[in-house]
Design a protein around this ligand. Structure first.
Ligand SMILES: Cc1ncc(COP(=O)(O)O)c(C=O)c1O
Length: 350
């Protein structure tokens, strides 16, 4: 992590806790906090420590993230959402981490690897209700897994994932498929979950689920006035430079001054998650919205200043420029704006 750099990320503890409490209260379910991909770029360990007291389970994509959480003393249950190569099943067991299972063949491979262990490996069965990514599609496949008799394996959870939570017809179809399989199994699971952020906000949950599984909403970057953005990102103008009429700025001379212009140079670029498509969008400096001009470089970018004497503090993402607006400029989704912010940027929790 960079200590000696003026580009940094601020994480609001209050906003994170507020958002977690909102989803628990609104859904009346327990909370699975999705903190995969470095907690959506917010910082896995920082977010894990803040959310542990208000979460019932953490969901991550990789076993590595799960182990990192255990190593800093996180005690609550952890589930790995991505498929795990069976070779690593013992590591999961050693750190008391739950794994997602999507087929009987996979289940048998896990059993083989952990055959000499004392405690059972805890698993969540994934139901594919239409995403066509992971999970079983039929109740007979699900039954084969649930009824597979092994002292070494314990299926403690069952879940599915909505692929188009803003579409009522498609979501109702997924609800029905999940419900039919769940009922056919007639099993008491400790964890039954289906709703991610937009599914929870659209109220697609069913009575028999126990948890909601929330990512984006925890970070406050979904279209809801009930949540608060958690992340902001700042940098500093390190150099102010006057470019004269018709001079150009940066690689490929992309920006050409139409008049004598003050330019600010910031120590962050595409290797800091501010990708080249950010050219043309605004940052906020001293009460002014200032345009990023020229091609963004690997470690620096240039902004057009209203005059020489603006202060040097720059908001790249924050109260004046939301991740949602930036996503629109980049023609992507807000998930991508934050998850690409790399771990080397300092995170300050406030
Ligand atoms: C399986 C699964 N569950 C939950 C989530 C969280 O979704 P969201 O960030 O929309 O709440 C994701 C996100 O990608 C996911 O893949």
């Amino acid at each position: 992590m960079n200590e000696y750099c003026e580009t940094y990320i601020k994480i609001s503890k209050d906003a994170l806790i507020h958002n977690a409490r909102f989803f628990k209260k609104d859904s009346q379910k327990k909370l699975i906090a999705v903190i995969k991909s470095n907690a959506y770029g917010h910082g896995l360990i920082e977010v894990g420590k803040i959310l542990e007291p208000v979460s019932d389970l953490f969901a991550v994509a990789s076993l590595d993230s799960a182990v990192s959480l255990r190593k800093v003393g996180i005690k609550i249950p952890i589930l790995v959402l991505n498929p795990l190569a069976s070779d690593y099943a013992l590591v999961a067991l050693e750190h008391d981490i739950m794994i997602t299972v999507s087929s009987l063949a996979e289940l048998k491979q896990f059993e083989q690897v952990i055959k000499d262990s004392e405690s059972p490996l805890k698993l969540h069965l994934k139901i594919d209700s239409g995403m066509n990514r992971m999970g079983v599609k039929t109740s007979s496949e699900a039954k084969d897994i649930i009824e597979y008799n092994s002292q070494k394996l314990k299926i403690v959870g069952i879940y599915t994932h909505f692929h188009s939570a803003d579409d009522e017809g498609l979501s109702k179809k997924q609800q029905k498929l999940f419900k039919d399989i769940y009922e056919a199994l007639d099993t008491d699971f400790e964890y039954v979950h289906m709703c991610s952020t937009s599914a929870a906000l659209n109220k697609w949950d069913l009575d028999f689920t126990t948890h909601v599984r929330i990512g984006l909403g925890l970070y406050g970057i979904c279209e809801s006035s009930d949540v608060k953005p958690v992340l902001s990102m700042y940098s500093k103008i390190m150099i102010k430079k006057q470019v004269l009429l018709n001079e150009t700025v940066g690689y490929s001379a992309r920006f050409k001054a139409r008049e004598d212009t003050w330019i600010g140079v910031l120590p962050c670029g595409y290797s800091d998650g501010i990708i080249r498509a950010n050219t043309g969008r605004k940052v906020y400096i001293d009460g002014y919205y200032c345009e990023i001009v020229g091609n963004v470089c690997m470690n620096s970018l240039m902004v057009k200043l209203p005059h020489q004497n603006v202060s040097c503090e720059v908001e790249l993402i924050g109260p004046h420029i939301s991740a949602i607006e930036i996503a629109k400029h980049l023609k992507t989704i807000s998930y991508e704006v934050v998850t690409i912010l790399p771990p080397h940027i300092k995170r300050i929790v406030e």
